[in-house]
Design a protein. Structure first.
Length: 363
């Protein structure tokens, strides 16, 4: 009888052990599924962020906020080498510590990590210590994970996450963190072109206008606040004649004078850039082509009434008076489409038009 009871108990224990193992596997499977869902959610957030109409700076900062929120990270900092220097692109660490954070690549403890593209985990062992890269701070971070960032095998900077607790990342699933790092790299790669466009814009020496690149970055954000906008390109058609018959200095004065006339007529909500050489672009944000027609007619008249008197090298004025002739072409920009394709079409038109053409065209 006792043997029977013992056997029964053993069987019950075995069944419970098997059941517990089964439950444990289900829990692990659920955790893995939950982790995958969370990673997929983060990736979707990142991709949605990359496609939004916002500055690269804001996108990277918001991406860092997503990482901090989704993975419950105390401190997260993304440092990028911009071609000239290391800069903090996103961080929730106080600015007074940024000098330390942008020099981590110089720290001996991280140099091998950068060279081999492998993460580095550092932590302190007691409260009186501080992390090797910390200079004057105590207590803010007691453990950290450092990840070098590479795009197409090119080193571009690093991501470091820090905790105020010792050994905070001992049990961290590095596979998940690697996925996060890869997602960060994906976003950085996606916005690289936008970053270039936003930083390549220059102010023209003669007219003090933005260059054409301004249209593809900050100006496009303004334009995409509306369903449609009228885009006008005009060309000073007699600029070559002025340069040949008078001087390039006279040509420059004509270009400057024309830009001043247009700037004086435009409201602040519209965009005006020197596109290239004697070609300019005006964007009437949220305005239809037909609504811009009367304004452009008056503007064209005022431009062609401009008179520049030729001045000799000794400062004396000649009897020659020069006026510009301009040819306008207008089309519609639709929200979310390529402004570069539209301006290319307008440029092709004004470049191919006869030099004698001197009107307002709608295409």
């Amino acid at each position: 009888m006792i043997i029977l009871i013992i056997s029964l108990l053993v069987m019950i224990i075995i069944v419970l052990i098997v059941y517990n193992i089964h439950i444990q596997k289900k829990i692990e499977s659920f955790n893995n599924l939950n982790s995958k869902i969370n990673n997929l959610s983060v990736l979707q957030d990142f991709m949605r962020l990359a496609g939004e109409e916002d500055t690269v700076e804001n996108k990277i900062k918001r991406m860092n906020d997503i990482v901090i929120d989704k993975y419950d990270i105390k401190y997260s900092t993304i440092v990028i080498f911009n071609g000239a220097e290391y800069v903090v692109r996103a961080s929730n660490v106080e600015e007074k510590y940024h000098e330390t954070l942008i020099n981590l690549h110089n720290e001996e403890i991280f140099q091998d990590s950068v060279a081999t593209a492998t993460p580095k985990y550092v932590t302190i062992e007691n409260e009186n210590e501080r992390l090797p890269y910390q200079k004057s701070e105590m207590g803010r971070a007691k453990s950290a994970m450092f990840f070098p960032l590479y795009i197409d095998n090119i080193y571009i900077g690093y991501w470091i996450m820090e905790s105020g607790e010792m050994h905070a990342f001992d049990k961290t699933d590095t596979t998940i963190i690697e996925v996060v790092k890869d997602n960060i790299i994906s976003v950085l790669k996606t916005v690289a072109y936008q970053d270039t466009i936003e930083n390549i814009d220059r102010i023209d020496l003669f007219t003090e206008l933005h260059s054409a690149e301004f249209l593809y970055g900050n100006a496009k954000k303004v334009m995409d606040q509306y369903a449609t906008s009228a885009v006008c390109m005009f060309r000073i058609t007699n600029i070559e004649e002025i340069n040949d018959n008078f001087s390039r200095q006279m040509g420059n004065e004509i270009i400057t004078g024309v830009s001043q006339v247009v700037r004086g007529k435009l409201s602040n909500e519209y965009i005006f850039v020197r596109y290239m050489g004697p070609k300019f672009v005006i964007v009437f944000s949220g305005v239809e082509e037909t609504s811009a027609k009367q304004f452009l007619k008056v503007l064209k008249e005022e431009i062609e009434e401009l008179e520049i008197i030729e001045t000799y090298e000794d400062g004396n004025e000649s009897e020659n008076v020069v006026s510009p002739k301009v040819n306008f072409v207008v089309s519609t920009y639709y929200k979310g489409t390529g402004i570069e394709q539209l301006t290319k079409k307008l440029e092709e038109y004004v470049d191919a038009a006869p030099k004698s053409e001197n009107q307002i065209n709608f295409i």
